[in-house]
Design a protein around this ligand. Structure first.
Ligand SMILES: [Zn+2]
Ligand SMILES: [Zn+2]
Length: 207
């Protein structure tokens, strides 16, 4: 059975579709890293982080995600010249996908983008399977989120490798097929700005 999940920005101008959506076909993990926190602050969307600064991320195969509306309202941010490409909408600053080069094919989407009137992320993808980078969590790290989580890492590697081997890297929503250039405009934040953002992140944010 093939299930489609809809992805929607807060204001509804940007809509995407994830095909083949199920707990088996994705990785859902809460990431506490300071980059994910910094990105939310860059967008002015700290409301999307949990109480400890976590981002609830659903990783999907690039080929399974297609934007069907509002493509002209998507832009990307990199926290450094070599950082992840972190895409968001320009209408309402909703994150719509983190990605690396097409060589390491995955797209990480904030679970809240799948919570719509008709659908809940939990119903489609099941609950998060774990948490990572707990050392950046605000105050006490959630249990099991610090040390290396081997089953989680192996599952993520297996998924990405599988997507690569089965041709699920292309078509990639965030890269052009021939030039492999980013599809949407990218801004790299300055070092000064990045340091400002870091202060707002765990484990000890400066008020
Ligand atoms: Zn929007
Ligand atoms: Zn992260």
């Amino acid at each position: 059975m093939s299930t489609q999940a809809e992805l929607r920005c807060r204001c509804g101008d940007v809509v995407g579709v994830v095909t083949n959506a199920s707990p088996r076909t994705v990785n859902r993990v809460v990431c506490y890293c300071d980059d994910c926190q910094a990105f939310a602050h860059q967008l002015g969307r700290a409301d999307l982080l949990d109480a400890k600064g976590g981002s609830d991320i659903v990783q999907v195969a690039p080929a399974s995600l297609t934007f069907v509306k509002g493509q002209d309202r998507i832009a990307g941010v990199r926290l450094s010249a070599k950082g992840l490409f972190r895409y968001h909408t320009t209408c309402c600053n909703t994150p719509v996908g983190n990605t690396l080069s097409p060589v390491i094919p995955f797209v990480g989407i904030l679970a809240q983008a799948f919570d719509t009137e008709k659908q809940r992320a939990d119903q489609v993808f099941g609950p998060p399977t774990g948490a990572i980078f707990g050392k950046y969590a605000i105050s006490e790290p959630p249990s099991g989120s610090t040390g290396p989580n081997l089953p989680l890492v192996l599952r993520a590697i297996a998924k990405v490798l599988g997507w690569r081997l089965t041709g699920r890297a292309w078509p990639h929503p965030f890269f052009k097929p021939n030039s492999r250039e980013p599809t949407f405009p990218i801004t790299v934040v300055s070092r000064e700005r990045r340091e400002e953002l870091r202060k707002k992140c765990g484990p000890h944010p400066v008020a």
